[in-house]
Design a protein around this ligand. Structure first.
Ligand code: ACO
Length: 341
């Protein structure tokens, strides 16, 4: 009997295949805002910011430079490293909480800017955890042989949602983008495991209440500051440490390894004290921990992606090394990934 339809997957044996990161790239805007600059804007000091956070400076996008512009630049660098043309890209995922606009998605704008005409494109929103969520989603498409080449970008223009009169938050954040190309690579295990989690009971700790369907923009919402990022710093701090340690341990347990097998730990770059507490509880040495927070502040979804690119460029990670990424963000969300580089 003639089949009623053609199953396009039937030609495959449905055996999963591994998924590797074959290229990384990052971009940060030219303008640097130092702690000394902030001293002139709010009642703060370099001493307070440095001792409480570890941040010395952050990059701020130009008025006419948007999340999609930064994402496209980072993407082009990752494509170059992977030796991938725009035509080859099957899927574009952009993780961001600062899209150029609510719709169309920033991923669609990036698709256009890099010329990835064949690619499907969508945004994902998991705040600072977005890049890890993104590589896990992309991995599923590569493993299942649905797609061969995926682009995952974490990109943020957080300067556009920061209240520059609020010293509690404005010193913490910066703009930038980091990107990765994911493909199957022969003889490599690639992404060994990715842990993702969320706890919506803590949704109120970090949020931007205005601008969505619950609170559309009105003169009142703007006047009340509802379109700015809000954060309960102390509670966020505690939750960040617990969630990151538990996600990292889960990921290593799944791979049956301990921290001594990891060459480089790349934590979300939010606060040096969070990184130190996580490192201590994981028993990671200072040599294992990659930190670039002092230069960029917290760039949310872009944070570990930029750090991964810099760690590779600095040759802290060589082919075959095991890398542990671990993140935490609004939602609350968290995630960890063990990658054979
Ligand atoms: N300069 C000077 N003083 C300040 C500043 C500043 N920039 N900001 C706050 N203070 C003051 C506060 O007003 C407070 O003063 P008070 O005691 O008179 O009330 C004092 O400093 C201490 O404030 P704390 O909240 O106790 O400071 P803490 O040591 O907790 O550090 C910080 C605050 C840096 C925000 C920290 O709690 C933190 O990093 N939290 C985690 C943030 C985070 O990781 N976010 C990640 C997710 S982001 C995302 O998903 C988009």
């Amino acid at each position: 009997m003639k089949a009623k339809f053609k199953n396009p997957r039937a030609k495959h044996d449905f055996q999963g295949r591994s998924c590797s990161i074959t290229g990384v790239g990052s971009y940060v805007p030219e303008k640097i805002l130092t702690n000394a600059d902030l001293e002139k804007m709010v009642e703060t000091s370099d001493e307070w910011i440095t001792s409480r956070t570890g941040i010395k400076e952050r990059h701020i996008a130009a008025k006419d430079e948007f999340t999609s512009d930064m994402a496209a630049k980072a993407a082009q660098r990752a494509m170059k490293m992977a030796g991938v043309s725009a035509e080859q890209i099957d899927l574009v995922i952009v993780a961001t909480i600062t899209p150029d606009m609510p719709f169309p998605s920033t991923a669609c704008l990036v698709q256009q800017k890099i010329g990835a005409r064949r690619a499907a494109a969508f945004d994902l929103e998991a705040a600072c955890s977005g890049f890890i969520y993104g590589i896990e989603i992309a991995q599923q498409f590569i493993m299942s042989r649905t797609y061969d080449t995926a682009l995952v970008v974490g990109a943020e223009k957080l300067s556009s949602i920061v209240d520059w009169t609020d010293r509690n938050t404005c010193v913490l954040f910066g703009d930038g983008a980091g990107a990765a190309i994911l493909q199957h690579r022969e003889n490599s295990n690639g992404l060994l495991t990715v842990v993702m989690g969320a706890d919506s009971n803590k949704a109120g700790l970090l949020s931007m209440p205005g601008g969505g369907s619950a609170c559309p923009a009105t003169p009142e919402s703007v006047a009340s500051g509802l379109h700015f990022l809000r954060m309960d710093g102390k509670e966020t701090f505690k939750n960040a440490v617990n969630a990151m340690v538990s996600a990292a341990n889960d990921a290593m347990r799944r791979c049956d390894i301990d921290i001594t097998k990891i060459k480089c730990v790349i934590p979300h770059q939010a606060n040096q004290r969070i990184i130190d507490a996580v490192g201590e509880r994981l028993k990671a040495t200072p040599e294992q921990l990659f930190v670039n927070l002092h230069k960029y502040g917290n760039t949310s979804a872009a944070s570990v992606a930029i750090a991964l690119d810099e760690a590779v460029a600095a040759k802290k990670i060589q082919r075959g090394d095991l890398v542990l990424l671990v993140v935490f963000g609004a939602g609350l969300t968290w995630g960890a990934a063990v990658i054979e580089w």
